[in-house]
Write a protein that binds this ligand. Structure first.
Ligand code: EPU
Length: 485
């Protein structure tokens, strides 16, 4: 297992190119199950979650391969990084992933894969819509809390599916329609739960409805830009969808979908994380391929904190692919923030904002309304000198003058990013263990940070132990010689 060793008090400069979105790409890969024609996803990030989805799709009868790299300026997309050099090899902008279904007999998404990646549930809708049956292992909870899938299932039941739980697997069968073919039926579906709508649930139902008989109306659909991006991709495949990205999506089922070459949107969470890295290190950095249009709630909070975000070349750029400068003078103001469904402040940036607020001048209040238990990073930040007090879904952070480096443990993807941020700002050395969590959602963040001047080293856990033993031996020797002298 890898760990990061970070020398703090970093001052960064230079630029970072934002990769394609993990959370957009995952359900888009699953949507390849809806057609026998090839589906190409450009800008697919090189992340372990996408590799798991690729493996799952292969088990389900798809050929999945890298299809070379597109030039950043192909695909008719005018983008904010036009004219710059080729992306660094650890950035995957331009990477093309080609998926084609070659065998439609398999229908089982096994526990061994689903347990490594919850987004595997995204294959349920497409499998059921195209193959008439599906068996998908029920995802369990994870470090950020309980994550039920009842809304996904409720939607599919409304579309006529027969759903059962068998040996920990969800088994689903579509009703027999005209001509004896198993086919879901259009329905009116309300996708609201105690914490609002569901992002992957909306993706699942919207994908399934593209091949259903009749019209499906999803009320209280998730409005996240990733849902909108999936809607664009499905429409390009021949689906008839209106309203993706709004709370009411109407889908007119069609008989067949075709292939597509789709460029995935840039990752708004990666972009937001780099903005906050710039802020916590009191640096000026440039973020390229930044989906600023999808980050309004985040830039609003950051500007209140004292972070300046300036768009370069305004006027002609695609607002989802801009180049912007992030500057911060270090006098950070405290803020209140509550996570909300889009367009509110995303839960996936809560941990990173919390890291930033640890060094603000005053008291900040952060409330988590999507995953109320998503606070495992608070105790680790406290180990680095942060002053934070949690009560239920709310954390009060009293800004401190400085953080101090310490060994800390990453518990989930975004918590890892928060600890890396704290390590970059702290005095001394920070060791972040279990960075495999980070690697699920940030492609080689260590290299991107090193390019901007950070002192960060990726090290194998075993080497870390050896280093620690050597340090203990050296200090013991020092004590012995002092006592002897
Ligand atoms: N919920 C239910 N019932 C359901 C589904 C969800 O009650 O059937 C609840 C959840 O427990 C949660 C809320 O509804 O309280 C929202 O969950 P949602 O279903 O929207 O989450 P998700 O679709 O499983 C995606 C992202 C998460 C992100 C959330 C919220 C992907 C692959 N994952 O998960 O991303 O936090 O939406 O925006 O798209 C991450 O990238 O670090 C990450 C966790």
């Amino acid at each position: 297992m890898d760990a990061f060793v970070i020398q703090g008090k970093a001052h960064l400069s230079g630029s970072v190119l934002v990769n394609g979105s993990k959370n957009a790409a995952l359900p888009q890969m699953a949507a390849a199950l809806l057609t026998a024609e090839p589906v190409t996803i450009t800008d697919a990030p090189r992340l372990s979650d996408l590799a798991s989805m690729g493996q799952l799709l292969e088990e389900l009868g798809c050929d999945v391969e890298e299809a070379g790299r597109a030039s950043p300026n192909t695909g008719g997309v005018k983008n904010g990084y036009a004219g710059t050099a080729e992306p660094a090899s650890h950035r995957s902008v331009g990477r093309r992933l080609r998926i084609q279904t070659v065998d439609e007999t398999a229908t089982h998404a096994r526990y061994e894969i689903v347990r490594t990646m919850r987004a595997s549930i995204s294959v349920l809708g497409p499998l059921l819509a195209r193959r008439g049956v599906a068996r998908v292992s029920m995802p369990g909870g994870c470090a950020i809390g309980d994550r039920p899938v009842d809304l996904h299932l409720r939607g599919l039941v409304a579309m006529g599916a027969d759903i059962n739980l068998c040996s920990g697997d969800i088994t689903a069968t579509a009703p027999v329609g005209a001509g004896g073919r198993r086919r879901l039926k259009g329905a009116r579906i309300f996708l609201g739960g105690p914490f609002g709508s569901t992002v992957l649930g909306t993706a699942n139902i919207m994908s399934a409805a593209t091949l259903a008989e009749g019209t499906t109306v999803i009320e209280n659909a998730a409005c996240e830009p990733e849902v909108q991006d999936l809607g664009r991709m499905l429409t390009a495949m021949g689906a008839r969808i209106e309203g993706a990205g709004t709370p009411r999506i109407v889908i007119e089922g069609v008989e067949e979908l075709g292939g597509v070459d789709h460029r995935v949107m840039p990752d708004r969470i990666e972009a937001g994380t780099f903005m906050m890295i710039g802020a916590i290190t009191n640096s000026q950095i440039t973020i390229e391929n930044c989906p600023l249009d999808a980050l309004m709630a985040v830039t609003d909070r950051l500007e209140r904190i004292g972070v300046k975000i300036t768009v370069r070349e305004p006027g002609w750029v695609d607002p989802m692919r801009v180049r912007c400068d992030v500057t911060c003078d270090r006098t950070l103001n405290p803020v209140e923030m509550t996570t909300q469904p889009y367009p509110g402040f995303p839960t996936d940036l809560q941990a990173q904002l919390l890291a930033l607020l640890t060094i603000a001048e005053g008291n900040s209040v952060v409330t988590e309304k999507i995953f109320p238990e998503r606070f495992l990073h608070v105790a680790e930040l406290t180990r680095m000198g942060a002053s934070a007090f949690r009560q239920g879904p709310t954390v009060v952070v009293s800004g401190v003058r400085r953080l101090v480096g310490a060994p800390v443990m990453a518990s989930d993807l975004r918590a890892s990013a928060c600890l890396v941020m704290a390590g970059l700002a702290a005095e001394g050395e920070t060791i972040v263990r279990r960075v495999y969590h980070l690697d699920r959602g940030y492609e080689r963040m260590d290299l991107a940070l090193r390019d901007m001047g950070a002192e960060i080293e990726r090290i194998d856990d075993r080497d870390l132990e050896r280093r620690e033993e050597e340090a203990v031996a050296a200090s013991t020797a020092r004590i012995h010689s002092a006592l002897a002298g």
